[in-house]
Design a protein around this ligand. Structure first.
Ligand code: SF4
Length: 438
C-alpha cells in the first residue's frame, strides 16, 4: 500500500541537508509520496528504510529519458489516469519519421525543416522533439541515414528496425547519446536487449497482446535493460484507446510493474495523433512533417500537459506595445497568459502605442481574480509603484478593464493624483476605445 508523505518522512534522516535538491526532508517525502522523485536522490536513507520505502519510492510508470547533445525527451512518471485528478507531467515527445531509403539530401531537407519549426502559443515556444529513422533493411544505408540526420539536427532519435544487425549499424553511428531502439519483439528480443544494454539505449518492446507484452518486458528486464517503452501494436483508434487505458490503469491502480513503462504510438492521421496525446502515449512518431499538422498537435499537447491548478502565467511587469512614448496611454490587466495575450494582441494589431501594466493576480483572468480578491485596487496600486510606472508615463492616467469598473473609486484612493478611466469589458473593443476616448 502507498505510504503518505508523513509516513515516509518518519523514515528519512530528517537532517534537512538539501542534497536531494529539496529544502527539507519533508518536502522530499511529499514528492516521494506523489511518486515524482526517485528515492536514490537521498544518499543518506538507511538500508532498513530503503527496503520499507522501495514500494512507495518506485514510480508506477518508469521515467524514460532520451538524450542527445543538449536535448532531452522524458516520458513516464505519470501518477493519474485523468488530468483533472492532479496533472500530467511529461509531455509526450513528438518525433518525425525519416526513411533511410531517402537520399542524404532529402533527409537533410526534411530534418532541417522539421527541426527549425517553432511556434509561439500564449508566450510559450513550442517545437518538435526529435526524429525517428526507419531502416530499409540495409545496414550501411541505415548508418548513413542516421549520420545524415545527425548532420542536420542534434535532437534525440528513435531508431527503427527489427533486424539486430541493421540496428547495430545505426547505433554504431551515434556517440554518447541515449536513443530509443525500436523494437524488441518475441522473435528478436534477446539480441535487441543485448544491443540496448551495450549502447545504454532505451528499448521499445512490441507485442500484439498485453499478456505477451508483459511477458517480454519481464524477460528483458531480467537481462538488465530497465528503460523500456511499450508498443501495444494497436491496429485501430478504438483498440489503441482500450490498450493504452488498460496499460495506464494496470500500472497505476494495480501497481503492475510489467506494464509500468511509457508507451509509443505511430498515429496514421490527425485524429489518431490527437488521441495518442490525450491517451496516453509517451513517444509519438508522426509519418511526416507538416506545419498544419504540427501546430494543432503541439497546442493540444500544451493544453493537456499543464497543471489544471496552475494557470499559465506571464511575468508581471510593464510591457511596451508598439514603442510607446511617455504621453501614450497606460492600460492594466492581469497576468493570466490568455488574458494578457488577448489584450496585447488587440492593441498590437491596432498599431496604437500603449503601456500595458500586468499586475500579479496569481495567474487568474480579470473577473476571476477580482472575485477571488487577487485583482483589487491595492494590488493595482502596488504594481504601479513596483514597476515605477510614474517614471515612464507623463500623464497619470490608468485604464482599468470594464469588468472591474467597480474598483475606480477605491483605486482613486490608492493612487492619489491619478485619473482612473474605465475601459471596455472585452479586449477586442480596446482599439476603438483608445481611438475615441483616450
Ligand atoms: Fe533529507 Fe535526504 Fe534530502 Fe538530505 S538528501 S534533505 S537527508 S531527504
Amino acid at each position: 500500500m502507498a505510504l503518505s508523505g508523513i509516513q515516509i518522512y518518519k523514515m528519512l534522516p530528517q537532517t534537512n541537508c538539501k542534497e536531494c535538491g529539496f529544502p527539507t526532508c519533508l518536502a522530499f517525502a511529499m514528492k516521494l509520496a506523489a511518486k515524482q522523485v526517485e528515492l536514490a536522490a537521498c544518499p543518506y536513507v538507511s538500508e532498513e528504510s530503503k527496503a520499507k520505502l522501495a514500494e512507495s519510492a518506485t514510480p508506477p510508470i518508469r521515467l524514460v529519458t532520451l538524450k542527445s547533445d543538449g536535448f532531452e525527451v522524458k516520458a513516464g512518471n505519470e501518477v493519474v489516469l485523468f488530468r483533472h485528478e492532479k496533472t500530467f507531467y511529461n509531455k509526450p515527445g513528438i518525433f518525425i519519421k525519416v526513411r533511410a531509403d531517402a537520399s542524404p539530401e532529402e533527409i537533410k531537407a526534411q530534418v532541417t525543416a522539421a527541426g527549425a519549426y517553432t511556434t509561439n502559443y500564449v508566450g510559450l515556444e513550442l517545437f518538435l522533439d526529435g526524429f525517428a529513422v526507419e531502416a530499409s533493411g540495409d545496414a550501411q544505408a541505415f548508418a548513413s541515414a542516421v549520420q545524415a540526420v545527425r548532420g542536420a539536427s542534434h535532437k534525440p532519435l528513435i531508431l527503427i528496425s527489427r533486424d539486430p544487425a541493421v540496428m547495430a549499424a545505426g547505433l554504431d553511428a551515434l556517440d554518447g547519446e541515449v536513443p530509443l531502439v525500436y523494437a524488441a519483439d518475441p522473435g528478436n528480443w534477446e539480441a535487441m536487449a543485448d544491443l540496448a544494454k551495450q549502447h545504454k539505449a532505451a528499448l521499445a518492446v512490441s507485442a500484439s497482446t498485453l499478456e505477451e507484452l508483459a511477458d517480454l518486458t519481464e524477460k528483458i528486464k531480467a537481462k538488465g535493460v530497465e528503460d523500456l517503452v511499450l508498443d501495444p501494436d494497436s491496429q485501430s483508434l478504438s483498440s489503441s484507446v482500450v490498450q493504452q487505458t488498460q496499460i495506464r490503469r494496470l500500472a497505476l491502480k494495480k501497481n503492475f510493474k510489467a506494464l509500468g513503462y511509457p508507451s509509443i504510438a505511430f498515429p496514421t492521421d490527425e485524429a489518431s495523433a490527437a488521441q495518442a496525446i490525450a491517451k496516453y502515449a509517451g513517444f509519438i512518431v508522426l509519418d511526416h512533417f507538416a506545419p498544419e499538422l504540427a501546430y494543432p498537435l503541439l497546442v493540444l499537447r500544451q493544453n493537456i500537459y499543464t497543471d489544471p491548478q496552475k494557470p499559465i502565467q506571464v511575468q508581471p511587469g510593464l510591457y511596451e506595445i508598439n514603442n510607446p512614448k511617455a504621453e501614450d496611454p497606460l492600460l492594466v490587466t492581469t497576468n493570466f497568459s490568455i488574458t494578457y495575450f488577448s489584450v496585447a494582441n488587440e492593441v498590437e494589431g491596432s498599431g496604437l502605442p500603449a503601456w500595458l501594466m500586468v499586475a500579479d493576480a496569481e495567474g487568474m483572468s480579470v473577473l476571476t481574480a477580482w472575485a477571488a480578491g487577487k485583482f483589487d485596487a491595492e494590488r493595482i496600486a502596488k504594481a504601479v509603484k513596483t514597476f515605477n510606472v510614474a517614471d515612464k508615463v507623463s500623464r497619470k492616467r490608468i485604464v482599468i478593464p470594464g469588468h472591474v469598473a467597480v474598483l475606480s473609486g477605491e483605486l482613486e484612493g490608492e493612487l492619489p493624483g491619478w485619473e482612473i478611466r474605465v475601459g471596455p469589458r472585452e479586449a477586442v473593443d480596446l482599439p476603438s476605445f483608445m481611438k475615441q476616448a483616450l
